[in-house]
Design a protein. Structure first.
Lengths: 111, 244
């Protein structure tokens, strides 16, 4: 990831410099403190608000790949790590970008 | 709960047997109790009734007292044989739960362990007996607090935060965001319950047992410019508690 530059307008900030995550129990104050200490800029989603999280849709695509792979070759069921690696590699740029567009449209609709 | 029944033999008899039987949910029905009291009213002595029905004299005295005081054979007509719920009648616990509900409704929507930690501020286990999550939900139900009502309380509180977040996130370009989360993939996620095939060709679906397949947790970060920035999968062990 790139480093967020404080004070710089958003138009001039580098790509992939803001981490966005939800309020799961594992995302505790210690993690926030670690990222803050390392100069990482992050935003937390409000509680129970996953429709603005692009990766939720990416996971949906990932699990569709999992089902397709197991359907085509049942031996993947005994090789879980290979299954997940192959499923992740099958994710395309269009699929990931489509989820960011979906979130952008959601924000526009809510405002 | 178990109850010990003895055969009607003399205590000194070598043939005395004892049978461990599971006690029924309702020990003795209302009809049975009224029948016993009817026998007593017909001038049968308690010893004779005890010999016929097998009840203790203390039970019969208690039922007679209940009938005299309450008009029924039960001490409490509503509860009947059930015990009163000490947790529901505990004002300190009820106050602590209701305070937490109005202060932080999200606590009741998270993991049970998080709920108990949040509750321990108002109701520390060092001062009281340990309270389980089931007890907390029982107290909520006794106070007519349903999950739907908790969710409404939470959404009303968080609507303001959601609006503020929408404004803040709208200012950040999508290319700057890295979306991070984790997801579990269990055996049931691998099974495709429906399929498609060419007309006239039977659809081939595998009925595989996915239960032995280990559950996996995938942590992933995606961004608009890098696609999948980072991904890690770990195999999880079997669940030990309901929160796992």
């Amino acid at each position: 990831m790139n480093t967020y530059v404080p004070g710089l307008p958003w138009e001039l900030q580098p790509d992939a410099c803001v981490i966005m995550y939800d309020n799961a129990g594992i995302h505790d104050a210690a993690g926030d403190a670690f990222m803050h200490a390392n100069g990482m800029y992050f935003v937390r989603l409000p509680a129970y608000f996953p429709n603005l999280q692009p990766i939720e849709g990416v996971f949906n695509e990932l699990k569709r790949n999992v089902r397709d792979l197991v359907y085509l070759n049942h031996r993947y069921m005994t090789k879980p790590m290979r299954l997940m690696a192959t499923s992740t590699a099958m994710l395309t740029h269009a699929q990931v970008a489509g989820q960011f567009v979906r979130v952008s449209n959601n924000i526009a609709a809510l405002l | 709960m178990r109850m010990l029944f003895h055969a009607p033999l003399s205590p000194a008899s070598p043939l005395r047997v004892s049978l461990r039987l599971r006690r029924p949910a309702t020990m003795f029905s209302e009809e049975t109790r009224q029948h016993v009291l009817g026998l007593l009213n017909e001038d049968y002595s308690p010893e004779v009734v005890r010999g016929i029905m097998g009840f203790s004299k203390r039970s019969m005295r208690r039922w007679m007292k209940n009938l005299r005081d309450n008009g029924t054979v039960w001490r409490n007509q509503v509860l009947q044989n059930s015990h009163e719920d000490a947790a529901v009648r505990n004002p300190a616990l009820t106050h602590a739960i209701m305070s937490l509900l109005h202060r932080e409704p999200a606590a009741f929507l998270k993991n049970h362990s998080d709920l108990l930690i949040a509750l321990s501020i108002d109701y520390p286990s060092s001062d009281h007996r340990y309270v389980s999550a089931a007890t907390v939900y029982r107290v909520l139900r006794a106070n007519n607090i349903t999950r739907k009502r908790v969710e409404r309380l939470h959404s009303e509180r968080s609507e303001e935060a959601q609006r503020a977040f929408e404004v803040a996130i709208n200012a950040i370009p999508m290319r700057c965001l890295i979306s991070v989360d984790e997801s579990h993939t269990a055996g049931s996620d691998m099974y495709r319950p429906y399929g498609r095939s060419v007309k006239g060709v039977p659809c081939r679906l595998f009925d595989r047992d996915t239960r032995p397949v280990p559950s996996k947790s995938t942590m992933m970060a995606v961004s608009l410019s890098h696609d999948v920035l980072w991904s890690t999968t770990v195999i999880l062990g079997g669940a030990q508690t309901s929160d796992d």
